[in-house]
Design a protein around this ligand. Structure first.
Ligand SMILES: Cc1ncc(COP(=O)(O)O)c(C=O)c1O
Length: 367
């Protein structure tokens, strides 16, 4: 049996998918060569590209007024592409809820004046007021509003903010843009609540190197025309994401992950499993005397679960023993310390149960 991989990203890929890729690696269907060795413009690859796009659209139930782009550059490139494309009034709203939204703000503030209606940096990104009257004002002149749906490092998640933005805040006249790098495909959501969504692939989608962007087509008319084509969303859309060579292998493999997700019952089925995994792990952490998670319960991520040991002197031993037990990559991000279990779609409930058994034994032996 393979070890369980709890890495935050690049993260676990479904074993069935890896095996299928292994079988096809030398000779891929009629191409008689590896998928890595064929032109992205060949009929062979064009079929992969259109089929995986179709499956992705189906999984997320993406309406027809949206396009889906398969690009390079990672989510970090999106931190820059967004302000470059949509700087008109020179203003934007950004929620600051963790390391990644903070980085997005740092990049955008080179180009735009940023309003931050809410930040939880002062309480170490663990909580925000749920009542919007306690937030500062959004800038109503802004070109867009941006947030990160799931802060991978802090395990802080805003699973319903899109609904509140539309219905409680009545803000939909200002486009809503979202970094979903570590939560896309973990549960269904209404794409129509957003104007642009982006995600680096290396968590729930597939291998690193691919970045997926879902963009509402009317945004194209707002793009700053003074941009090099390679940074322009509309140019990428017009070229079917093939303005230059796309990350073909990552695209092909992601297509297989989409098929795997469909076979598993799609995102409604994934949500059920993901919620069960997260609930089981949080319940164990909360009842233990050795481990703690500091994020307020309403904002806890179902994908990334950081936890601290009561005495950090045990961190090294915990990681060493976990590794020996086949539980990999549990070290928390250096800015937070402690541990982090990333339990994306490809991580089954058995992995979470094995982790809990290990943590329980470790607690009994060391407390
Ligand atoms: C939520 C989030 N946003 C952005 C990034 C940056 O992604 P990339 O390394 O693809 O640029 C990450 C990476 O882990 C992330 O988790």
């Amino acid at each position: 049996m393979r070890a369980w991989n709890f890495c935050a990203g690049p993260a676990a890929i479904p074993e069935e998918v890896l095996k299928e890729v292994q079988e096809e690696l030398l000779e891929w269907n009629d191409a008689k060569s590896s998928v890595m060795e064929v032109s992205h413009r060949s009929d062979f690859f064009q079929e992969v590209a259109s089929e995986s796009k179709k499956d992705f659209i189906e999984l997320l139930n993406i309406p027809e007024n949206y396009d889906v782009l398969f690009l390079q550059g990672g989510a970090t490139q999106q931190f820059a592409m967004i302000p470059l494309n949509f700087v008109k009034n020179g203003k934007a709203n950004y929620l600051m809820t963790g390391t990644w939204s903070k980085k997005a703000i740092a990049t955008a503030s080179k180009y735009l004046e940023i309003t931050i209606p809410i930040s939880n940096e002062d309480n170490k990104f663990t909580s925000i007021p749920e009542n919007f009257s306690e937030w500062s004002e959004f800038n109503l002149d802004a070109d867009y509003s941006h947030y990160c749906a799931n802060e991978t490092i802090q395990g802080f998640s805003l699973r319903n903010f899109h609904k509140d933005y539309t219905h409680k805040l009545n803000m939909r006249t200002i486009p809503l843009l979202c970094d979903m790098s570590s939560s896309i495909l973990c549960e269904p959501f209404e794409v129509a609540d957003f104007d642009l969504i982006y995600a680096g692939a290396q968590k729930n989608i597939g291998p690193a190197g691919l970045t997926i962007i879902i963009i509402e087509k009317s945004l194209f008319s707002k793009i700053n025309s003074n941009l090099p084509d390679i940074f322009n969303y509309e140019k990428h859309a017009n070229a079917n994401s093939m303005l230059n060579t796309p990350p073909t292998f990552a695209w092909y493999l992601s297509g297989k992950v989409f098929k795997w997700l469909k076979e598993k019952g799609g995102l409604t089925a994934m949500q059920k499993i993901n919620e069960e995994k997260a609930k089981t792990l949080y319940q164990f952490i909360d009842q233990s005397s050795m481990y703690s998670n500091l994020v307020e319960s309403n904002f806890r991520s179902i994908m990334n679960i950081p936890f601290l040991l009561k005495d950090p002197a045990f961190d090294g031993l915990f990681l060493e023993n976990a590794n020996k037990a086949g539980l990999l990559n549990l070290k928390g991000h250096r800015s937070v310390g402690g541990m982090r279990a990333s339990i994306y779609n490809a991580t089954p409930i058995e992995a979470v149960n094995d982790l809990i058994d290990f943590m329980d034994d470790f607690e009994k032996n060391n407390l």
